[in-house]
Write a protein that binds this ligand. Structure first.
Ligand SMILES: [Zn+2]
Length: 299
């Protein structure tokens, strides 16, 4: 299947969900419609960026680490222009550095850029975030509470869940490079928390953020116990979409009524012309995904 065929297939999948009145992902929304929607009580937008991988180092392969600074600055301008209610960074905010001090200096640069956006910012833990740092060190440097690596919040009519798949099979948290990037798990304790959290949300439509993938079973980018996580989401019956990073080309699927969408990595490709990020507009009955730059619009 070539890329355009894949895009067409995925768009159809997302439109099928729209026909069910649950959510639409894939069709860029019209600006006029968005402006009208903004007046509605439960209509709002949020910004999404994945795999920034900022580092003050030379490019390697397709990854242009330094260029992510200008790309992220451009994304922040769009998030402000589009009145994003909050911004979610989907993991791998910085690339691996030669030392803890180097990684902290990369974080200072990139968090300074994100800080130009004045609203709430959510940081999903990626594998590269904890190559030299612990989770607590990373989150503290980002200005987040270091005690909560997974949590939820409500906005408008929707419930939002930030998951942390940076764990080994026995529940040991990733930290300071004690892991293989392909060995990602959601531990039993987090699964129990998710089940209880979705029950507390009492059917509120739910959007999930995670770095590693909850579809793509068997792929090295997938969470090893993704089927267990999907079962919790499916049984709650309220999950409409899952936004992910980690697999830099992007992609997606729809499984049992839940749309899984992996964002293309911001770090891929030189210069601002290779930027990739998205604005997601939410209202009661639909979700519209607006891609920017090289972000595919189909899935
Ligand atoms: Zn990455």
């Amino acid at each position: 299947m070539n890329t355009s065929d894949q895009t067409a297939t995925c768009r159809r999948r997302f439109l099928k969900q729209a026909a069910l009145g649950v959510a639409a992902l894939g069709a860029p929304f019209s600006l006029a419609a968005a402006q009208n929607d903004r007046k509605a009580a439960d209509s709002f937008a949020f910004g999404l960026v994945a795999d920034v991988h900022y580092a003050d180092t030379e490019p390697k392969g397709g990854r242009y680490y330094r260029d992510s600074a200008a790309k992220l600055a451009a994304a922040v301008e769009v998030f402000q222009r589009e009145h994003a209610a909050f911004v979610v960074e989907l993991g791998d905010l910085v690339n691996t550095g030669p030392s803890k001090a180097a990684e902290l200096s990369y974080l200072k640069t990139v968090c300074g850029i994100l800080g130009r956006y004045p609203g709430p910012k959510h940081f999903v833990l990626g594998n590269h975030c904890v190559e030299k740092l612990t989770k607590a060190e990373f989150l503290t440097a980002c200005g987040r509470d270091p005690r909560t690596t997974y949590y939820s919040f409500d906005h408008g009519s929707h419930h939002f869940v930030v998951l942390d798949a940076d764990f080994l099979e026995d529940g040991t948290p990733y930290g300071a490079g004690n892991f293989q990037w392909t060995d990602s798990w959601i531990p039993a304790e987090e699964l129990r928390w998710l089940e209880a959290d979705l029950a507390r949300a009492a059917g509120r439509p739910t959007i999930v953020f995670i770095h590693q993938n909850l579809h793509n079973d068997g792929n090295p980018h997938a969470v090893k116990n993704a089927p267990q996580v999907r079962k919790v989401l499916e049984e709650a019956g309220s999950a409409v979409a899952v936004f992910q990073g980690h697999m830099h080309t992007g992609g997606g699927a729809q499984i049992r009524g839940v749309a899984y969408r992996t964002l293309r990595a911001m770090v891929e490709g030189p210069g601002i012309e290779n930027n990739a990020f998205a604005v997601v507009r939410v209202n009661k009955s639909r979700i519209d995904f607006q891609p920017f730059g090289k972000m595919p619009d189909g899935c």
